[in-house]
Design a protein around this ligand. Structure first.
Ligand code: ADP
Length: 185
């Protein structure tokens, strides 16, 4: 499934983000930048130790990565050229700026991709795994943030954004959003 937005194509696919053939993939990291489970573990396993070595250097320089922000490394053995590591919020009832922080993850990741002049970026469903952010709440935040960034940056290098849904539940949520709410895109 795909939708055009301005001069960018937004794609929705089910699969494993480590296989995405794009310039940059986004990692749902944790603030230590030292790797973890879920998509973070999969990216480090598939990409090799080079990614972790770069993360350690960033950590030595700036002491990790705050929630809602993003850092960039090369992508080791992955088909992508770069990994953008962003730290999603842990869901804690919804009264702790979780939505604003999740929105910020998408905006900050796209800002880095634009700064590095990437043409294509793939996102996982940040925070919706171990961090427990409700999936049905996270999906429209993700889509709106991407649209907002593209609207604000008409000259961006980013020509393709992929939402890579790994689990069935997210895939169904994104598909229904597209079917039911065409206005969202
Ligand atoms: P978080 O700690 O931010 O919740 P997780 O990695 O636990 O991060 O989950 C985030 C999302 O990534 C979940 O929707 C999960 O299904 C998805 N995911 C896990 N492995 C992969 C993968 N290899 N490719 C794409 N998405 C993945």
């Amino acid at each position: 499934m795909a939708r055009n937005f301005q001069s960018t194509v937004i794609e929705f696919i089910q699969g494993d983000i480590t296989r995405a053939e794009v310039d940059g993939i986004v990692n749902a990291a944790n603030s230590s930048l030292l790797g973890g489970g879920g998509v973070d573990g999969a990216i480090h396993r598939a990409g090799g130790s080079e990614i972790l070595e770069e993360c350690k250097k960033i950590r030595a320089r700036q002491g990790g990565c705050p929630v809602g922000e993003a850092v960039i490394t090369t992508a080791g053995r992955l088909p992508a050229k770069y990994v953008i590591h962003t730290v999603g919020p842990v869901w804690n009832g919804g009264q702790h700026e979780e939505e604003a922080k999740l929105h910020s993850c998408y905006i900050q990741s796209l800002a880095l991709a634009d700064q590095y002049e990437l043409e294509s970026v793939a996102f996982p469903n940040i925070s919706t795994g171990i961090y427990g952010f409700p999936k049905a709440l996270a999906a429209p935040i993700a889509i709106r943030a991407v649209k907002e960034f593209l609207s604000a940056h008409p000259q961006t290098s980013i020509k393709k954004v992929q939402f890579v849904c790994f689990d069935k539940e997210n895939e169904e949520i994104y598909r229904k959003l597209l079917e039911q709410d065409a206005e969202l895109l």
